[in-house]
Design a protein around this ligand. Structure first.
Ligand code: SF4
Length: 279
C-alpha cells in the first residue's frame, strides 16, 4: 500500500507558538499556572499540560490562579478586563491571525458597521470576536439563514472557516445590503491545508484525518475529504486504527488538523505502515 502524507499536516504557526509559550512557562512555574479554557482543541496535548501542572480553567475566580494563559482562539475584551481586575499575570497566546480578526471586528464596530461574523457561534474564537464586534453583531454559518440586517454591514470570518461558506454568505449579504465592507480573515495556514487536503483526498482510496474530535479545522478536513473520497476516517490517536479499513486499499492519505502534534501523526503513520506490511 502506498502511503501519502500531507506536507501541511500538524501544528500550524499559531498553535506551535502557543504550545512553545506554555511549555516553557510550565518548566519555570511550579504552581498557579493555568490556561483560560483548553489551550488548543487537542485532548492529548491538554492532558500532557495537566501532567505538567497546567490546568485549564473556565472560572476566573478559581482560587489557585496566579498566571493565566489566553488560548490560541482568543477571548473577548470582557475576559481581559476580568483578568486585570483579579490582578493576574496574563500571558497572551492568542494567535496573531485571530488578533487581526479581532482588530477588524473592532474597527468595523467603531466605523458604525453592523458586524457579520461568518462562523460557528459556539466556537471560542467566535465568542471572542463577538465581544470585539459590539452588541449588534450577528453570527452566520449558513447563507440560507440570513437574518434581517442593517444598511451598513461589515463582514469578517472565523479564521478556520471554509472559503466556500464565507463566499456564499458574502454573496447573500451584498444582495441584501447597500453598504458592505469585507475582511477575509481566513488564515493562510487554513487555506493551504484545505487546498492540500482536497487534492490529496482526490488521489487516494482512503483518507485518515488525525486530530481532536472537538477541533473545528480537523472536522473541516474530514468534511472536505468526504466530498471527494468514499472512505474517510477521523481518529485522535493510532489506537483507533482498524486493520479492516485498509482492505483493498492501494493508496492511503494521511493528514492532521492544526492542533495535532507531530508525535501523534508519526504514531499513526507507523501503525499504518505495520498494517500494510502484514497484509
Ligand atoms: S489555524 Fe490559523 S488562525 Fe488558527 S491558530 Fe493556526 S495559524 Fe492561527
Amino acid at each position: 500500500m502506498e502511503i501519502k502524507i500531507a506536507r501541511k499536516a500538524g501544528f500550524c504557526f499559531g498553535v506551535k507558538r502557543a504550545i512553545d509559550i506554555t511549555f516553557n512557562l510550565a518548566d519555570e512555574h511550579k504552581e498557579g499556572l493555568c490556561t483560560y479554557g483548553p489551550l488548543i482543541h487537542n485532548p492529548q496535548v491538554v492532558e500532557e499540560l495537566e501532567r505538567r501542572g497546567v490546568g485549564a480553567v473556565e472560572d476566573l475566580k478559581a482560587p489557585h490562579i496566579r498566571t493565566i494563559i489566553i488560548r490560541t482562539h482568543g477571548v473577548s475584551p470582557r475576559v481581559y478586563a476580568e483578568t486585570s481586575k483579579m490582578g493576574y499575570n496574563v500571558i497572551d497566546a492568542t494567535c496573531p491571525f485571530v488578533k487581526k480578526a479581532q482588530n477588524f471586528a473592532q474597527i468595523l464596530k467603531n466605523e458604525g458597521y453592523q458586524v457579520v461574523i461568518v462562523g460557528d457561534r459556539h466556537h471560542p474564537e467566535v465568542q471572542g470576536l463577538i465581544g470585539f464586534a459590539g452588541g449588534s453583531a450577528v453570527v452566520i454559518s449558513d447563507a440560507e439563514q440570513l437574518p434581517e440586517l442593517k444598511k451598513k454591514v461589515g463582514i469578517i470570518v472565523q479564521t478556520t472557516q471554509s472559503f466556500d461558506t464565507f463566499k456564499k454568505v458574502v454573496d447573500s449579504v451584498i444582495s441584501a445590503c447597500r453598504e458592505v465592507k469585507i475582511y477575509n480573515t481566513i488564515c493562510d495556514f487554513t487555506a493551504q491545508r484545505v487546498k492540500e487536503t482536497k487534492e490529496l483526498a482526490k488521489t487516494v482510496d482512503l483518507m485518515v484525518i488525525v486530530g481532536g474530535k472537538n477541533s473545528a479545522n480537523t472536522n473541516q478536513l474530514v468534511h472536505l475529504s468526504r466530498e471527494v473520497c468514499a472512505r474517510v476516517h477521523h481518529i485522535e490517536t493510532a489506537k483507533e486504527l482498524k486493520k479492516a479499513w485498509f482492505k483493498g486499499v492501494k493508496k492511503a492519505g494521511i493528514t492532521g488538523g492544526a492542533s495535532t502534534p507531530q508525535w501523534i501523526i508519526d504514531d499513526v503513520v507507523k501503525k499504518i505502515r505495520e498494517i500494510s506490511a502484514r497484509r
